[in-house]
Design a protein around this ligand. Structure first.
Ligand code: BEZ
Ligand code: FE
Length: 297
């Protein structure tokens, strides 16, 4: 057997020195950020394994879990994003990214259901396209973080139906694009659309992430919400939701996406100017949303 010559700069692997040996193996990484991230990852992974005394069967189970997570992914299913969501990583990275948002609207997770393009629609159009549910009017305005209206801003919206399903989950019953819309705001940055009230729903549970939630007795539900991506030239795109005030699971969202500022009332409207102005069937629910974008400069 060839022997390893010991010298001052050769350090062989041992439990005590594992971080040192493995981080050193990345010392020559030319990309400084890649080096920083990998070396930090190694330090934390090794510290974690030592803290919990990780056993070989447990490592094998983790590798099997991650393998099956990858195998569950396809064009319309992203199990790794879901895993990141339920571990709070998606929200943590989103929060770090948007740390200094000032007076801009708070962001939240994108989620896995923005995988199809929203159909362009006219202001005022019904994104539910006549589907049954509690009739709802959403009005709003896109503003800069200094409060100035942003003419021609765009909003991309998508939501689940009154049973908690997205169009892509009901391909045989619902045309793709249902409960989705891409709108261009008017000269005052205003928008409006018709829809139905969204219901709370469980995130997909038929994969490894579902197993994880079941094994840990965590529920899979998200509170009722509508997704938005707002954009305007010169401003950072805003990915967020509005959550329905009073919805179940606001205090225990399976993906930790709720922020207090994003919870809004959907008032019941029975009469008044809005009925005539928007030609809505009464009664209907209404909410008004201000989306403030952060200047990209
Ligand atoms: C969603 O809101 O569409 C969503 C977000 C994270 C995980 C699953 C679904
Ligand atoms: Fe959603």
């Amino acid at each position: 057997m060839p022997s390893v010559r010991s010298s001052d700069d050769v350090v062989l692997f041992s439990e005590e020195r594992s971080e040192q040996v493995v981080t050193r193996s990345f010392d020559a990484t030319p990309d400084a950020r890649l080096r920083e991230v990998l070396q930090s990852l190694v330090r934390h992974l090794h510290a974690f394994a030592k803290e919990v005394d990780l056993s070989q069967p447990e490592l094998d189970a983790a590798i099997d879990f991650l393998t099956r997570t990858g195998q569950k992914c396809d064009d319309v299913r992203q199990e790794f994003v879901l895993l990141s969501d339920v571990l709070g990583m998606s929200m943590l990275v989103d929060t770090i990214t948007n740390r200094a948002s000032g007076s801009a609207t708070e962001s939240t997770v994108l989620g896995p259901f923005h995988m199809v393009d929203s159909p362009p629609r006219q202001l005022g159009e019904d994104i539910a396209q006549g589907r049954s549910g509690e009739q709802t009017l959403v009005t709003g305005q896109v503003l800069g973080d200094d409060g100035s209206p942003l003419p021609g801003a765009t909003i991309d919206v998508w939501q689940a139906d009154d049973q908690g399903f997205y169009d892509v989950q009901l391909p045989d019953r619902v045309p793709q694009g249902n409960l989705r819309g891409l709108f261009t705001c008017d000269e005052d940055g205003r928008f409006r659309f018709r829809t139905i009230m969204p219901a709370p729903y469980p995130i997909p549970q038929d994969g490894p992430v579902g197993e994880l939630l079941a094994a840990t007795r965590r529920h899979p539900n998200r509170p009722a919400h509508i997704h938005f991506i707002a954009g305007a030239v010169g401003y950072a795109p805003l990915t967020t939701h509005i959550f329905v005030a009073g919805s179940p699971y606001l205090d225990s969202d399976a993906v930790f996406g709720v922020k207090e500022s994003l919870v809004v009332d959907f008032a019941v409207v029975r009469d008044g100017d809005m009925v005539a102005e928007h030609a809505m069937p009464v009664p209907f629910r209404h909410t008004h949303v201000e989306l403030r974008l952060r200047s990209a400069r």
